[in-house]
Write a protein that binds this ligand. Structure first.
Ligand SMILES: NC(=O)c1ccc[n+]([C@@H]2O[C@H](COP(=O)([O-])OP(=O)(O)OC[C@H]3O[C@@H](n4cnc5c(N)ncnc54)[C@H](O)[C@@H]3O)[C@@H](O)[C@H]2O)c1
Length: 255
């Protein structure tokens, strides 16, 4: 599906980002594996190479404009351009607190990673894609944006911003050949979700029951949505959020 077109995934040392890199490699794309944790990024690279794919590890913090500028420049130089990117890095889903107890430092830390990090990604990826003859950006939101999520105020607010920024990017750059979309996941089995269940073990069953499919998703199932949007198979799709949530948005509680 990607036919040799180079890409970059942030937060790719774990969970959904790692799965996206693995599928990208299967679909024929060289990929820059960016994470704040170099060791984690290198593990993803090893897994990609073990499957015969091409990948490079890049250590960068998405909250730093300088680091993101040089990370994108490195990806372009080493992979020969940039045709797609998934801005996936996030944090703050382990800080559970009601709004009236949320302090400014939690707010700023979470919004910095989840929203400013995506802004930095887009800011540097877009010119690189324009220079590569066009491209596709896939930002990662959450299915919780539509209904809110108790105790995760800064995280959900930042993700709402991600969807607004996605539509804005699409409005500004689609005519020049850069499509911008988002994917909104429901619950997926990743180290990120495990943090939540470790803190609130009683919520595991409830979370599963909220999904009409009666299970949480496997990382590969998000990767399928991300890679489709990244590829030319979705050539008429821009400015949208693709919900991939196992039916968390419908109400199966009477069954
Ligand atoms: N897993 C789920 O159920 C779920 C549900 C809804 C949305 N999401 C979203 O999907 C994305 C991936 O989630 P996941 O569950 O795979 O998370 P995860 O915690 O398993 O992985 C996140 C990765 O991001 C990296 N990271 C964190 N801060 C960073 C920074 N400042 N700079 C660069 N890298 C950084 C981490 O090191 C980690 O490798 C996130 O955007 C998350 O909000 C996940």
């Amino acid at each position: 599906m990607l036919d040799g077109r180079p890409g970059l995934v942030t937060g790719a040392g774990s969970g959904l980002g790692r799965a996206t890199c693995l599928l990208a490699a299967e679909e024929g794309a060289p990929v820059a594996v960016l994470d704040i944790r170099l060791e984690a990024a290198e593990k993803t690279v090893e897994a990609v190479r073990a499957r015969g794919g091409e990948a490079i590890a890049i250590e960068a913090d998405v909250t730093s404009a300088e680091q993101m500028a040089s990370a994108v420049a490195r990806a372009v130089k080493e992979l020969g351009g940039l045709s797609w990117a998934s801005n996936n890095a996030a944090g703050g889903f382990e800080d559970f607190m009601p709004l009236h107890e949320t302090d400014d430092s939690t707010w700023s830390r979470t919004v910095d990673v989840c929203l400013k990090g995506i802004f930095h990604g887009m800011k540097y990826e877009i010119p690189a894609m324009l220079n590569s003859g066009g491209g596709s950006i896939v930002n990662i939101s959450t299915a919780s944006v539509g209904k809110g999520e108790a105790f995760l105020g800064p995280y959900v607010a930042a993700k709402g911003g991600v969807e607004a920024l996605t539509r804005t990017g699409a409005a500004e750059y689609s005519a020049q050949g850069v499509r911008v979309n988002a994917v909104a996941p429901g619950g997926f089995e990743t180290p990120g979700l495990s943090l939540y269940f470790e803190k609130f073990p009683e919520f595991k069953e409830k979370t599963v029951a909220q999904h009409a499919l009666r299970r949480v998703g496997q990382p590969r199932e998000i990767a399928e949505a991300v890679i489709w949007l990244a590829s030319n198979r979705s050539s008429f799709v821009t400015g949208t959020t693709l919900t991939c949530d196992g039916g968390i948005g419908v109400n199966p509680h009477m069954l």
